[in-house]
Design a protein around this ligand. Structure first.
Ligand code: 13P
Ligand code: SF4
Length: 303
């Protein structure tokens, strides 16, 4: 921690000077998560927080689609991305044309798009969802058939819990698709005591092998509530690092997989954008208005 202290101090000073807040995703490394973030959470919590923060500047310690969501919900605020290259394999897998192709294939079916999408894709969709409310949103659609984009595995996991027929785009998360049910079974054989907790971006086979599935904040809450002797978090590596200190009674089993996009965010880059005010996220006004309707419809259904 000593090596981070000068950055943390400088960032706190710059935050006060700019009247800025830092919204940190649960996948941020501990020095960002605990050291400088004003709010931490999953995608839904960060989106909701963006509608409520009283600040002139939001620094999004997360990936680009999260910063766009904040800008869409808070158009009058300056939203800064510490690294514009922090993308997401899901967001990159689909464009607005892809949404139109799905509509042509399944006429009349509503499009539920994961928030891990660009503003253009959100604007072309009927409503958004996150990992914490996807089943609720899909079930709330009037039609019997629902189009889900862009995560094929989230869609299949939702279909397993929903009455709806779910058709989907074939995107995937490069972090969660790496886990296999065989690996988890092998792990459980070695260590029968372990509780396996997976994110719903994992394949349905992996979810079936797990003791609990939830959003990143859902996973953190489950471990806090249940305090298993051993836990394997089938998600991004920083999750266990961020909660290990608060839960000394829980032994966190490895392996984990790193998100190369989330890991582009560092204290140095946060300080740099606060100093220079570079990397301001902009969304075309007409697209932002349509995208806001999709995100707001989700927030309204999630309350
Ligand atoms: P959460 O909404 O669960 O935080 O997920 C975001 C994400 O990108 C997971 O890979
Ligand atoms: Fe995207 Fe996967 Fe990284 Fe989440 S973990 S930001 S879904 S690539």
């Amino acid at each position: 921690w000593a090596i981070y202290a000068p950055y943390v101090k400088a960032i706190q000073e710059m935050k006060a000077k700019r009247n800025a807040v830092i919204l940190g995703h649960n996948y941020m490394t501990p020095e960002i998560f605990h050291g400088v973030s004003d709010f931490v959470g999953d995608s839904l919590q960060l989106a909701m927080e963006a509608t409520e923060v009283e600040a002139d500047v939001i620094v999004q310690a997360g990936v680009h689609f999260m910063a766009e969501t904040s800008k869409i919900l808070s158009p009058d605020k300056i939203v800064l991305m510490p690294d514009m290259g922090a993308g997401c394999s899901l967001a990159e897998s689909i464009t607005a044309e892809g949404i139109e192709d799905m509509r042509a294939k399944y006429p009349g079916a509503p499009v539920v798009s994961y928030v891990n999408t660009t503003a253009e894709v959100k604007a072309a969709s009927d409503i958004c969802c996150t990992s914490s409310n996807a089943v609720q949103i899909v079930d709330a659609m009037e039609s019997d058939t629902v189009i889900m984009t862009p995560d094929q595995f989230l869609a299949q996991n939702v279909a397993n819990q929903s009455k709806k027929k779910v058709v989907f785009w074939e995107g995937s998360c490069i972090v969660h698709e790496l886990y296999t049910a065989d690996d988890l079974r092998a792990y459980r054989e070695l260590d029968p005591e372990v509780k396996i907790i997976a994110h719903p971006e994992c394949t349905p086979d992996v979810v079936a092998e797990s003791d609990f599935t939830g959003s990143t904040s859902g996973i953190i809450k489950w471990v806090h509530d249940n305090k298993p002797a051993k836990a394997m978090l089938v998600t991004e590596c920083s999750m266990a690092s961020n909660i290990a200190d608060e839960l000394p009674e829980v032994e966190f089993a490895k392996p984990c997989n790193m998100c190369p996009y989330m890991k582009k965010i560092s204290l140095e880059k946060i300080l740099y954008v606060l100093h220079t005010m570079e990397n301001q996220v902009e969304v075309d006004a007409a697209i932002a208005e349509k995208a806001r309707q999709s995100v707001q419809a989700m927030i309204d259904l999630s309350k």
